[in-house]
Design a protein around this ligand. Structure first.
Ligand code: PA5
Length: 411
């Protein structure tokens, strides 16, 4: 993985960056020692400690996929977005067993469609909730548990349900204990949005046939190699934020990264947006969004900085030539599509810098599970460091509770 900060140099001098680098270094040490705010929630930092759960995930995934055409994955927020993001990047076109993500909405219309789509398919349920008391997944679990029992009977249904929850206690654990549903755990020391390398992320991905060994090995490599890069990225983000660039736009050049953008927004938004502070996270999918948000990026309010995400693909597709050449594109006929995509990135980056948008670039190398694991871990480490620089606890989410409380009162 490579981090290129040259696109911020005309906005922040090296001298201005230095104090932020030193703050970021201190923040990294605090995080590693577990001595900062929320230090008891840094269990995600040691990938070696999470690895033993991989085999359990594979075993249960095999069991479920043997008897299911679809697996309902019930969860929201951190109990959803990591698996969804990686699944959307690698979803095999010839899916044997399709994960269907539910528990992330209260829309009846959505569930009508999902239930209809299950009519002719065998299905199972993975329910993921640390607390077990989050409204959306709790309601969805009731719906799909009852559907399973109706279809297969209680005894067969109990073979088609597996939960991922707290090791210590909680509502979901109680349900599972009373009905004999098997459980895998998210360690107490790992919060939802940092849980992609626990069974919360790995179990649904294993069901979908994604190489979870490669994913977690990439994360482990990242933990060994990328601390310095995370320090630099976190320092750059905070230096830019404190110079008035309040919004980070992560612009990815793969359409399949759209959900990775959602995961990034949750990770950073929920970790940094508190105490009246926080870089506002936005994500774009390019080149598509150049034809929507491109105008704003080039010419709108100058409070944004942009982080480009680039992955190399092995595709050999080229631009075809056309006999008539009415559209005038024969000048690029024969060139690889990905080469044209890269030129689009370089051109966009240069134009946006000229337009007043500082640019950071992260190159992940080849698009494979191993490199995505590396990237996800790098983002999580950066997020912890960046949160500590700005003086917030990056591992809690007190603001999320406010709406939950009000909704419970209103209901
Ligand atoms: O990152 C977080 O901690 C949150 O987004 C949670 O994952 C989300 O609120 C779901 O919580 P739970 O797993 O308890 O249902």
């Amino acid at each position: 993985m490579k981090l290129d900060l040259s696109g911020i140099s005309s906005f922040i001098s090296q001298a201005a960056l230095e104090p932020w680098l030193s703050k970021a270094q201190t923040a990294l040490e605090t995080l590693k020692k577990g001595s900062g705010a929320g230090g008891e929630m840094t269990g995600w930092e040691s990938i070696a400690a999470l690895k033993p759960a991989v085999q359990d995930c594979k075993t249960y995934a095999e069991r479920l996929s043997e008897i299911s055409d679809a697996v309902l994955v019930v969860g929201i927020g951190g109990s959803y977005l990591g698996a969804k993001a990686v699944y959307e990047i690698f979803a095999p076109p010839d899916k044997k067993c399709e994960p269907i993500f539910v528990g992330n909405t209260l829309s009846g219309a959505y569930y009508e469609r999902v239930i209809k789509s299950l009519e002719k398919r065998d299905f199972s349920v993975i329910v993921i909730s640390k607390s077990g008391t989050t409204t959306e997944p709790a309601v969805a679990f009731r719906i799909f548990e009852q559907l399973l029992v109706k279809r297969y009977g209680a005894s067969e249904a109990s073979k088609r349900i597996i939960a991922v929850t707290n090791p210590g206690g909680g509502a979901l654990r109680k349900i599972c204990e009373s009905k004999n549903y098997p459980m895998l755990t998210i360690p107490d020391s790992v919060g939802g949005r940092y849980s992609i390398f626990t069974p919360a992320g790995l179990l649904p991905l294993a069901v979908a046939g994604i190489d979870i060994d490669a994913l977690i090995n990439g994360a482990e490599r990242s933990s060994e190699l990328n601390s310095e890069l995370a320090v630099q990225y976190a320092a750059a983000r905070q230096a830019l934020y404190n110079s008035g660039k309040k919004i980070e736009v992560v612009s990815a050049w793969e359409p399949n990264f759209r959900w990775l953008g959602e995961w990034y927004k949750q990770l950073f938004g929920e970790s940094e947006g508190k105490d009246g502070k926080g870089i506002f996270p936005v994500s774009l999918e390019l080149t598509a969004d150049l034809h929507s948000m491109g105008q704003y990026m080039q010419d709108g309010e100058r409070t944004v900085f942009e982080t480009f995400l680039w992955a190399e693909s092995a595709s050999s597709i080229t631009v075809p030539s056309a006999e008539d050449n009415f559209d005038g594109f024969n000048n690029i006929a024969g060139r690889k599509l990905d080469e044209v995509n890269r030129v689009a990135l370089d051109a966009t980056k240069a134009a946006h810098i000229e337009g007043g948008v500082p640019a950071i670039e992260i190159e992940i190398g080849h698009l494979c599970a191993n490199n995505i694991g590396e990237l996800l871990y790098f983002f999580m480490l950066t997020c912890g460091i960046s949160g500590y620089i700005s003086g917030v606890n990056p591992f809690d989410q007190p603001g999320v509770e406010a709406y939950k409380k009000k909704m419970k009162q209103l209901l």
